[in-house]
Design a protein around this ligand. Sequence first.
Ligand code: PMP
Ligand code: GLU
Length: 405
Amino acid sequence: MTTATFPMQILSDRINQMQESATIKMAKLSRELKAQGHDIIDLSLGEPDFDTPQHIKNAAKEAIDKGYTKYTPVPGYTELRKAIVHKFKRDNNLDYTIDQIVVSTGAKQSIANVVFSVVNPGDEVLLPAPYWVSYAAIAELAEGKCVEIPATIETNFKVTAQELEKHITPKTRLLIFSSPCNPTGSVYSRSELEAIAKVVRKYPQLYVLCDEIYEYINFTGERHTSLAEFSEVKEQVITVNGFSKGFAMTGWRLGYIGAPLHIAKACDKMQGQITSGTCSIAQKAGEAALLADLTECQKMVAEFRKRRDMVYGLLKQIPGLKVNLPDGAFYFFFDVSAYFGKSYNNQILNTPEDISLFLLNEGKIALVSGEAFGDKQCLRMSYATSEDKLTETCKRMKAAFALLQ
Ligand code: PMP
Ligand code: GLU
């Protein structure tokens, strides 16, 4: 007779099959090593190192004093949704009504709401790869089948409208992509998006989730283009955005969608059962962020741009790396495959994961392996940290790679 352990610690297949977020896992690992006294430079998590601008913090303090401390309407305060409508018009020339806006606990929840609202078990979810880690995990949780559309550094990690169309089948329900992109920093141009819109228009069963959370961190010099601006596809597009990146508000947990009304209603229903409206104080802060001018954001973006240019120069000097110049966000995604098959202490490194662990242990720098982003050649490095730390990172990386034989 076998003896059962008590309690039996049974978990659902769903959670057992889910991968832990690779970005969060690496950040945790590097925090643990730091706590043990190791001098780790952590560039794993995509998080601005800047503090939230003062006028936004003041609005939150005021919100507490004015009694914004109760449950909020599930899709967000009307005033905040009005501010989002205003933002969509001001920045994106998009017309949404208030009831087409749903505010959530981070863009991560916005994405989950949308995926659970439109994907049935077995539906195909198209992911131009590399893609942000959580898209695949959320789609799989909804029992969707992820279909990757691969892109490499040679095309700046972008897929063409033709490549997209080749992957569409009668089972395709949702396309998810970010521009500017996490993890690659690539930005789709207006004409590339127009070509994608023309393809999307041909498939009325297809929705597109456009993740624009890095909208402001764009170095192309051109105005950001939203896919929803192409009126022929507006009814198929859900625009996701948030406050974490552009306003340095990661901890406030605030994101939102602009969507066709039936999808906004579905997300509202979903959220009403699992989280209710997000934090009242964060919402009042978000309203202030959107209604003020963007000077503080622009200062941060200028700083990101300076760092990008500096890091590009340093990475180019490391033998074996294939590096492109990202147009937005705050990541480099570089190809380390020249080091596959090389070894250190008789251990052969065959994958980006092997290399990221080697760099963590021997170089004391935390980067994220491309595998979690659907790429088997690259590592992601966030450059949302000081120039000193970035210089030191590149120095350590160069020295660590020189140890490989
Ligand atoms: N989308 C992308 C592309 C991201 O990099 C992130 C990471 N924060 C999110 C969505 C989620 O952002 P948040 O939940 O912090 O709003
Ligand atoms: N989105 C950020 C990243 O890609 C933060 C971590 C996360 O939410 O997964 O690193």
